[in-house]
Design a protein. Structure first.
Length: 431
């Protein structure tokens, strides 16, 4: 095989987009001429550490520099950006892997899995909205005609957005992703693109590539690509469901799934802080009717065979983790999932009885009578659960764990101090 630089040059690449992911799951990076490829692979592209969310790095001294060291296996030309190839970087500080880099967090979790002779594959299913602002600055679905009460699988709106969706699908395919399907989801202006499962770290890299492509292609068409969990109060929110399987070499390790799922259920409250990491996330994690019938978002800590109303939907040889929403950092959510599942495996936990019922049809008294727990109903509650859970918090490491809690508690405090339009309408002239 030709050296990487020769292959990229032959593909017309002249510039590298050296990309990493911050604590919020947002892609960051810089452009580097291809002539500096060897330097990026050996040392990394340099950044001011304190300018990156979640690093807690100082403003001066040897640990103020953050390097994104390129992973050669991730180098690929970007179809929507001629001449540019993305190269995913791992965080390095003072010449050592940086413990607070989300990709390094997941690398550590993979090593723990490997110590048990296991590997994880995930299929991550991103849901998203295409939005615009009206003349008054209010957010709306980008398609004015996409206003059905029940828009799920609507085949009238898909053709109107075919230009964007086809370009997105083609760009992902050209970048090596196996696009499986595209559909209109349950909310107005909401879509889902599914691509094939892969090794857990690669799946996270694929999701970040999807986000890069979707943002660029939507902006080029005057649209806003949004992975906000729930932009409209009267519509379902956007999930980021994980289909999870465990492997020993080329063989499914289905025998360990019950204990692994038991760990995921046992640590569900703490996992919520990472899988549903925004104030807005908890507008999605409630049970109730929507215009299309249901929210499809879990609120109860339960599992069941092909049960989409449960937190964990079990399927032959795998399970679907339905907690994450579209704002989750995929690396951190996956690492936390591994930590929780391994705790169940190491302690020999067994899951509670499976649930066959439609949990959305049961009232809270019936749920409690069955001993089924509730997920946190606010970011503040989830953060308290994370702070009290050494297994999940420990997966983040000694730097990122406290920093994540600090940043997210500040986010909650800022939100709690806002005065909303609902409050003004309800109280301004009331008393």
């Amino acid at each position: 095989m030709k050296p990487l630089r020769e292959r990229l040059e032959a593909a017309g690449v002249h510039t590298l987009l050296v990309q990493f992911t911050d604590v919020h799951g947002v892609a960051k990076g810089k452009l580097v001429p291809l002539t500096h490829l060897d330097e990026v692979l050996a040392t990394g592209a340099g950044f001011a550490g304190p300018s990156i969310w979640g690093t807690a790095l100082p403003r001066c001294g040897p640990r103020s520099e953050y390097y994104a060291r390129g992973d050669a296996a991730t180098a690929l030309p970007l179809p929507w950006w001629p001449g540019v190839a993305r190269l995913v970087g791992d965080g390095v500080v003072a010449g050592e892997p940086f413990d607070a880099c989300p990709r390094q967090v997941l690398r550590r979790a993979r090593e723990r899995l490997a110590a048990h002779g296991l590997a994880m594959q995930t299929g991550i299913e991103p849901e998203f909205f295409l939005l615009k602002r009206d003349a008054a600055g209010c957010w709306l679905p980008a398609d004015d005609a996409d206003r059905l009460d029940k828009p799920s699988y609507d085949l009238k709106s898909l053709p109107r957005q075919h230009g964007f969706l086809h370009a997105l699908s083609g760009a992902l395919a050209d970048a090596g992703l196996d696009v499986l399907q595209i559909d209109h989801e349950d909310a107005q202006g909401q879509y889902e693109v599914n691509f094939a499962h892969d090794e857990a770290l690669a799946s996270c890299d694929h999701l970040m590539l999807f986000k890069l492509a979707a943002h660029a292609l939507a902006e080029a068409r005057g649209l806003v690509f949004s992975m906000m969990p729930k932009p409209f109060a009267n519509q379902p929110g956007s999930g980021l469901h994980f289909h999870v399987s465990l492997w020993r070499g080329a063989e499914l390790a289905a025998e360990v799934l019950p204990a692994f799922v038991a760990g995921v259920l046992a640590h569900a409250p703490a996992l919520a802080a990472l899988a549903a990491p925004t104030v807005n996330s908890y507008k999605r994690l409630t049970v109730g009717e929507s215009l299309s019938g249901t929210t499809w978002a879990p609120a109860y800590v339960a599992h069941g065979p092909n049960n989409r109303t449960a937190l964990v939907r079990t399927l032959p040889g795998r399970f679907e983790w339905r907690l994450p929403d579209a704002s989750a950092n995929p690396y951190l959510a996956t690492a936390a999932l591994i930590a929780a599942g391994l705790d169940g495996l190491e302690r020999g936990l067994m899951p509670p009885p499976a649930v066959d019922d439609d949990l959305f049809a049961l009232d809270l008294a019936a749920i409690r009578a069955r001993g089924i727990g509730l997920l946190p109903q606010s970011l503040a509650e989830a953060l308290d659960a994370l702070a009290a859970d050494p297994v999940v918090l420990g997966a983040l490491g000694p730097t990122l764990g406290p920093e994540f809690l600090r940043l997210k508690r500040a986010e909650w405090t800022e939100y709690a101090r806002q005065v909303s339009g609902w409050e003004l309408e309800r109280y301004a002239a009331c008393f």
